[in-house]
Design a protein around this ligand. Structure first.
Ligand SMILES: *Cc1c(COP(=O)(O)O)cnc(C)c1O
Length: 439
């Protein structure tokens, strides 16, 4: 096949997929911001991309130095003392963090702490992580404001509790404004505070997990610090901790000795290795580039713009898609329950119809505490025109639901395939291409 036919083939395939280089990608909780291309150029520098993972430290000083500096920058953003860059994603960061909790309590001879507390608004990876680490999940209620209910917390706090996992702002986009009191309560009963830092885009440069009383936080570098994601990786979920948890961090760590950098294997209390080599190095280069390009002021302005963009989006949409828990910070969770009652059109239909308008669907049916949830996170990188285009599309779909509901329930109409049997697709996964299924 001639070269240009191959190029056309792949270009054609890339256009069948929605990506952030095409249009707004409102998938809430996932922070699908634009990823600056300079990150890619830096990650592809031959000195980084061609470095052998077994290269001795003397031959990898640039890479080790970058990781060390990135660690310091991230600790500064998080208000923490130490960090491991190893975990490959948020979920693996969570597992690392909960294993750190376990190691901490064990080292103190406090073996009876079997339970980890998680609010009912949490991301599904939180309870999965806790179960995988061998703890028992205790679910806490959210109050009418969408915040952790303090009475619910008080009623379960005892010497059984290893810690609390709390996303902030939580998955409703709502800031846990009682966080200092929450931290005090948890610490008072001997537990640790874990922050799922996936929503840091709302806070960075303004408020720091470490200052809120958290002991452990994971950061989703591919979300907040801009690596292309959504296709399944690679990502990075560094875990930053307060000093008292540092001895348990994964090996190897990194240390600076005079002007040179070295791997630190001397961590007798470490939970061990969590990923091959040092994690997904290319993602670390992208995050480092991104942070250095933004600088201190840029980091803060990024969070401010993310919150402002979402406030604008919420103001445009809330009349047609109510917000049961109010406007969120960087993302808002709308409800399609009213629309469904009146027209029979479900949130799933609205999301499918958005594809016809050239957008990726928002996150739907999550968090579980909002009925017919539709969760939109515009991110800071969209212009007002693009935000309007998306809001106009959703409003147009709400109108269609009133006047021509079948247009919406039959959507999408403009995509190569329409509605798939998702259950069957999951159970009978077939990812091979053949001429037979090219229809
Ligand atoms: C994305 C996300 C996670 C999981 O992170 P991955 O990098 O996808 O493993 C956990 N919690 C929240 C709130 C998230 O948005």
């Amino acid at each position: 096949m001639p070269e240009h036919e191959v190029v056309r083939h792949y270009t054609e395939i890339s256009l069948k997929n929605h990506h952030v280089d095409r249009a707004l990608y409102p998938l809430g909780s996932c922070t699908m911001k634009y990823n600056p291309k300079v990150n890619e150029q830096m990650a592809r520098l031959s000195g980084f991309a061609g470095l052998h993972p077994f290269a001795p430290a003397e031959a990898a000083q640039g890479a080790l130095g970058l990781m060390h500096e990135l660690g310091e920058l991230l600790c500064e953003v998080a208000g923490m003392d130490s960090i491991s860059l190893q975990p490959a994603a948020g979920a693996q960061g969570e597992l690392t963090g909960v294993l750190l909790m376990r190691a901490y309590h064990r080292a103190r001879g406090d073996e009876g702490r079997r339970r980890v507390l998680i609010p009912d608004s949490a991301h599904g990876t939180n309870p999965a992580t806790v179960a995988l680490a061998g703890f028992e999940v205790v679910e806490l209620r959210s109050n009418e404001a969408g915040r952790l209910d303090l009475d619910s917390l008080r009623s379960v706090l005892d010497a059984d509790v290893a810690g609390l996992m709390l996303t902030n702002p939580n998955t409703l986009g709502v800031f846990e404004s009682e966080i200092l009191e929450i931290s005090e309560l948890v610490h008072g009963s001997g537990g640790l505070m874990y922050m799922d830092g996936a929503n840091l885009n709302a806070l960075m440069g303004i408020a720091r997990p470490g200052d809120m009383g958290y002991d452990i936080v994971h950061l989703n570098l591919h979300k907040t610090f801009s690596t292309p994601h959504g296709g399944g990786g690679p990502g990075a979920g560094p875990v930053a901790v307060k000093a008292r948890l540092a001895p348990f961090l994964p090996t190897p760590g990194l240390k600076k000795e005079g002007e040179s950098y070295a791997l630190d294997w001397d961590r007798p209390e470490s939970i061990g290795k969590i990923h091959g080599f040092y994690g997904n190095f290319g993602v670390l280069v992208r995050a480092y580039t991104y942070l250095r390009m933004l600088g201190r002021d840029g980091v803060r302005e990024t969070a401010e713009a993310a919150v402002l963009n979402n406030a604008y989006m919420s103001a445009r949409l809330e009349e047609r898609f109510p917000l049961p828990y109010g406007r969120g910070m960087h993302e808002s969770v709308y409800s399609g329950a009213e629309l469904k009652r009146r027209t029979g059109v479900k949130t799933l239909d609205v999301a499918k119809r958005l594809l016809d308008y050239g957008f990726h669907a928002p996150t739907i049916y999550f968090p579980l505490i909002v009925s017919e949830a539709l969760m939109t996170e515009p991110t800071e990188t969209e212009t007002r025109e693009e935000l309007d285009r998306y809001a106009d599309a959703l409003i147009a779909i709400a109108d269609e639901a009133e006047h021509d509901p079948e247009l919406v329930t039959g959507a999408p109409h403009a995509t190569p395939v329409t509605r798939l049997d998702e259950g069957r697709a999951g159970r009978r996964l077939d990812v091979r291409w053949s001429f037979d299924n090219d229809a």
